[in-house]
Ligand binder design. Structure first.
Ligand code: ZN
Length: 248
C-alpha cells in the first residue's frame, strides 16, 4: 500500500502547490482521496489520470473538489483512442447530503456518483473503507481505509474540529493524515484542529505515523510540527509535502 500526497494546503493553493488530495495505491489499484485545487496536474506526475480506478470525496468544500470537473473533462476528452474506449466510467464515491454537489459527480460515459453513508462499510478495489462524521460547517466524513489483504490502515480525518471519536476511529492506524490547520492556542475550534489536538489523538490511538496536513499558509510549519511532537513524542511525525510518498 502506498500513499502519495498530491496537495496539502488548507483553503487555497500557494507556491505552485495545491490543496487536499491523496493518491492511495495497492495491487495496481489507484484510489484518489479528494481532488483539491491543482490535484490533477500533480496526479499527472505519478499516473495517467485515465488509469485512476476510483475517487472518493470527504465533503464538497472547494479546496477538496476543485479539480473534479477538470478530471471529468480530461477523461471525457482522452478516453477515445482510435475508436477504442480507454477509460471505464469513473466511480466517484461521496455522500448525498449536498444533492447538487452529488449530482454533478455523474457525467454521461465519464463518471458516476456512488453514494456512501456514515454507517457503510464500502469495498473499493483492494480497500475497505469506513466513515466517521466530522465537526465542520458542512457534512464531512473522515475515512478509515484498510488494505484488506494486509490489514494496514490509513486514516484520513478530512476537515474537522477536535472530536474524541477520532481516538477509537484512528486506533492503531499505520498512517494518520490529520487536519492540522491551526497552531496551539486555537483548540476546540469548530472547523479545524490544532497541532496539539492531532498529537493527542495520535498518541492515544497508538498511531504509527502522523502526517500533518491541510496546512496553514502563514506561520512557521516547523513550529507546528514541534507542537505536535510535544503531545506525541513517540509517534513518527512528518509535515505533508507535495509528492511525499509513504510505503506501508
Ligand atoms: Zn472543508
Amino acid at each position: 500500500m502506498k500513499v502519495t500526497i498530491l496537495g496539502y494546503w488548507g483553503g487555497y493553493p500557494i507556491n505552485n502547490e495545491g490543496t487536499s488530495s491523496y493518491l492511495i495505491e495497492s495491487e495496481g489499484f489507484h484510489l484518489l482521496v479528494d481532488a483539491g485545487s491543482a490535484s490533477l496536474i500533480a496526479l499527472e506526475n505519478h499516473l495517467d489520470p485515465l488509469e485512476l480506478d476510483a475517487l472518493i470525496l470527504s465533503h464538497y468544500h472547494h479546496d477538496h473538489i476543485a479539480d473534479v470537473g477538470v478530471l471529468q473533462f480530461m477523461r471525457q476528452l482522452k478516453r477515445k483512442n482510435n475508436g477504442e474506449d480507454r477509460a471505464p466510467l469513473l466511480p466517484i464515491h461521496a455522500h448525498t447530503e449536498n444533492p447538487e454537489g452529488f449530482k454533478a459527480l455523474t457525467m454521461d460515459l465519464v463518471s458516476e456518483g456512488v453514494a456512501y453513508k456514515e454507517e457503510d462499510k464500502v469495498a473499493i478495489g483492494p480497500f475497505e473503507i469506513t466513515f466517521m462524521r466530522t465537526l465542520h460547517p458542512v457534512p464531512c466524513f473522515a475515512m478509515r481505509i484498510e488494505e484488506i489483504k494486509t490489514g494496514k490502515v490509513v486514516v484520513y480525518t478530512a476537515d474537522s474540529g477536535f472530536l474524541p471519536e477520532f481516538i477509537p476511529f484512528s486506533q492503531n492506524a499505520d498512517v494518520l493524515l490529520a487536519d492540522t490547520n491551526f497552531f496551539e492556542g486555537m483548540e476546540n475550534h469548530r472547523v479545524h484542529m490544532t497541532a496539539v489536538e492531532v498529537g493527542r489523538i495520535a498518541t492515544k490511538a497508538g498511531v504509527k505515523k502522523l502526517v500533518l496536513t491541510h496546512l496553514p499558509q502563514t506561520g512557521d510549519l516547523e513550529l507546528l510540527k514541534a507542537q505536535a511532537i510535544n503531545h506525541a513524542p513517540d509517534v513518527d511525525i512528518v509535515l505533508a509535502k507535495k509528492d511525499l510518498t509513504i510505503e506501508l
